[in-house]
Each structure stands twice: as structure tokens, then as C-alpha cells.
Design a protein around this ligand. Structure first.
Ligand code: SF4
Length: 388
């Protein structure tokens, strides 16, 4: 394995990760979104060659589990023939770009140019596999945002630079990362912490400003002529995914987008939402942005993950009816905290036989309570009025 793969390695279609339930791969949507026909092909391949479960990640990728050495080639072939991946493993490793379902024409032009650059520039081979870009989303190593008529490039930490040429600015920041990051740095946030945001913008010839705050509602239910389909824990099965493809054809323009909120967005639904809401609910999708299940996070846990000490999703599903706190309740199978890397209001961190509790932090932060049984953890939350 090369140094480029080792630094910030992430599973992709051609670089599966071994889990307890088989091989895990990720399929990355292109910036134009996923057509209903492609979604059906993905659902069919997941059912034929994997577990049939299709997860959505917080980077808007599809995550497939339960593949094996015997089925991986057939699955990859199906994904390639559906037009959902590049045949070049190096391109698949670095093709990490998430576009908001609501990106306007100017932002979409930028997204297409960035995607073409990521697919064609072999000079990006040293980019870590975790390094990602976003357009009209401020949650990536480098983001492009359209603020009214102005294009801005943003780095982690709430700073940005206005630019008339966002593609050139992204390239300059990427090359600043490649030139300045040491071998331990897989993400831009690590370089920002080491060098400071101002120095990075200056290295790219850009002038830093504070990023204006934005408050985007969760992309669930009707919004701006589209309809978001939410998922408990970001999981759906092949039947649901085929159903989502049908919703896109029946109520939209035959295309769906993925979001970092782990939802699917049917684009072009117009104002008539009653029909799609009822049909989406019948398939098992969440259609209300206030649904409590959207505020419960849980990683794969047992039995899928070899590091797990708990069946996190079963625990999370059981706690959904009781959670009364602000923000997110996170059930983590170990201290890695995959399901809520940015932290949560409360995190129950599974240990060999019990749970630690972290409040307003990440799974690896210092717990406020140690070694509680699940009942004791619930009682702890009740005392804090975080649980009913
Ligand atoms: S948090 Fe731990 S147990 Fe959960 S998926 Fe990540 S590594 Fe596995």
C-alpha cells in the first residue's frame, strides 16, 4: 500500500474495508446526482452481492456491506456499468466531492469543473483518501459557497475568501495543503491547526474573511421544490432504495441527490407534496425534519464492526422514544465515535460490559460518568432531564 493510501485511508469501490460482516465499500455519487435507473441498479447489486443494506454516510456516499472476495468483482462491475464510478482506483480514491441539492447554476458549473479536475489530474495522487471538497456545503476540507452573487472558498474553522475564480482558488488551496502538510495530516483541519487559516489563504494568494453564519434546516421533507427522504441511522434496504427510485420518477425529474445529513433528496417535485410524503412514509423513510429518530446517532456497532462492544443501533432505537435533550444522542460502539465525529449532546460510549457518558463532546473526550449499565446511563440522563 502506498504512502498516499495510508495517509487518511478511506474505503472506496476498489479498496474495501474488512468488517466483521464482510467487505465494506463506498460508492460516490457524481456531482449531477444519481438517476433513478442507477439507483435501481445499485439496489439490485447490493441485494445480489452484499447484505442488501445500503447506508448513507455523512459525506453523501452510499456504503455497502456484506460483500466478499467472491462477490466484490461482480459488484464493482455492476457499479461501473451503472456509471456510478470511474474504472481507475486512484480516481475513485480522490473523487470526494459533495454538492448541495440546492446548488444554483453558477455553483453547479464550479462543481462540474472540480469533478473533472479530480478525475483527470494525476498530480493529486498524494491527496489523502479522506480529503474532500464540497460545493454549497461548508463541511469539507475545502468548500465553495455561493453567498448571494459572490463565490467564496472556505476552510474548516469558519473562515473564507471571496474570489472571482473559485476553481483556481480551490486548486491553489489544495496545492498549499500538498506542499505544507506533513505525513501525519490527513485532513485540512490538522494543517489549519498547525499553521493557522490566514497562512493557508495567504499561501494560496487569497484574503481571509469571517464566513457569514448560515442556518440550513435539515434536508428532510418538502423544501424549495424538492423533497428530502430521511433515514434512521442512515440505513435503508434494497426495497426502499428501489422505492426511492420510483418516487423520483413519479413525483420528480427522475434524479436524486445525497446529503451530508444522510438523506436522499428527490429533486424537481414542485409544490405538490402530499402524494410523495405518503408514499415515502409507506416505504419507511422519515418525512418530518422534527422526527426524533434524526437526533439519534449510532454507528454500525455489533455485529458488523470488529471494534464494537454494543449493538449500538438496537440501543439507539430503544432510546429514541425517551431522548428529550437538545441536539443529538449518540450511541458509540467504541471510543472512535464514527457516527458523530463532531460530537453530540450526550454520547454513550460502549465499553466491554458497560458505558461511559460524554456530555457535549466527542466519543474520545473525557467522560462525565464511567462504567454505567444501560439502565444506569438512562437514569443519569433522566436526572439531567435529558431523558423521559
Ligand atoms: S465507533 Fe467503533 S464500534 Fe462504532 S463503527 Fe466506529 S470503530 Fe466500529
Amino acid at each position: 500500500m502506498s504512502a498516499a493510501i495510508t495517509r487518511g485511508w478511506c474505503p472506496s469501490l476498489f479498496e474495501p474495508m474488512a468488517a466483521r460482516d464482510g467487505l465494506l465499500v463506498r460508492v460516490k455519487p457524481r456531482v449531477e446526482g444519481v438517476k433513478a435507473t442507477q439507483l435501481r441498479e445499485l439496489a439490485d447489486a447490493a441485494a445480489a452481492y452484499g447484505s442488501g443494506q445500503i447506508e448513507l454516510t455523512n459525506r453523501g456516499n452510499f456504503q455497502l456491506r456484506g460483500l466478499s472476495d467472491k462477490t466484490l468483482a461482480a459488484f464493482s462491475g455492476a457499479v461501473l456499468s451503472a456509471g456510478l464510478a470511474s474504472a481507475d482506483p486512484a480516481v475513485e480514491r480522490r473523487r470526494n466531492i459533495l454538492v448541495s441539492p440546492f446548488a444554483g447554476p453558477a455553483a453547479m458549473t464550479v462543481a462540474r469543473q472540480l469533478e473533472a479536475w479530480l478525475e483527470s489530474d494525476d498530480g493529486l495522487h498524494a491527496l489523502p483518501g479522506k480529503f474532500g471538497f464540497a460545493v454549497d456545503e461548508a463541511a469539507a476540507d475545502i468548500s465553495v459557497l455561493q453567498v448571494q452573487e459572490q463565490m467564496m472558498v472556505a476552510l474548516p474553522g469558519g473562515y473564507a475568501a471571496a474570489t472571482p475564480d473559485p476553481v483556481a482558488a480551490v486548486k491553489a488551496l489544495t496545492h498549499a495543503f500538498l506542499g505544507l502538510a506533513d505525513a501525519s495530516m490527513a485532513r485540512m483541519a490538522a494543517l489549519v491547526a498547525a499553521r493557522g487559516t490566514g497562512a493557508l489563504f495567504a499561501a494560496a494568494g487569497l484574503s481571509m474573511v469571517v464566513l457569514p453564519p448560515s442556518d440550513t434546516p435539515p434536508p428532510i421533507g418538502p423544501m424549495r421544490g424538492a423533497f428530502g427522504l430521511g433515514l434512521a441511522f442512515g440505513i435503508q434496504d434494497a426495497v426502499m432504495l428501489r422505492g426511492a427510485a420510483g418516487l423520483a420518477e413519479r413525483f420528480g425529474k427522475g434524479c436524486l441527490r445525497t446529503t451530508r445529513a444522510r438523506s436522499l433528496v428527490v429533486v424537481g417535485t414542485g409544490d405538490g407534496v402530499r402524494g410523495i410524503r405518503a408514499a415515502a412514509r409507506a416505504l419507511g423513510y422519515i418525512t418530518e425534519p422534527g422526527d426524533i429518530r434524526l437526533r439519534i446517532a449510532a454507528c454500525a456497532g455489533l455485529p458488523a464492526c470488529p471494534q464494537a462492544f454494543s449493538d449500538t443501533r438496537a440501543v439507539g432505537a430503544g432510546l429514541a422514544a425517551h431522548w428529550a435533550g437538545p441536539g443529538v444522542l449518540h450511541v458509540s460502539g467504541c471510543a472512535k465515535g464514527c457516527a458523530a465525529p463532531g460530537g453530540a449532546a450526550v454520547t454513550l460510549v460502549a465499553r466491554i460490559q458497560n458505558y461511559d457518558v460524554v456530555q457535549n463532546g466527542r466519543a474520545h473526550d473525557t467522560p462525565v460518568a464511567h462504567g454505567l449499565s444501560l439502565d444506569e446511563a438512562v437514569e443519569w440522563m433522566r436526572e439531567k432531564r435529558l431523558c423521559r
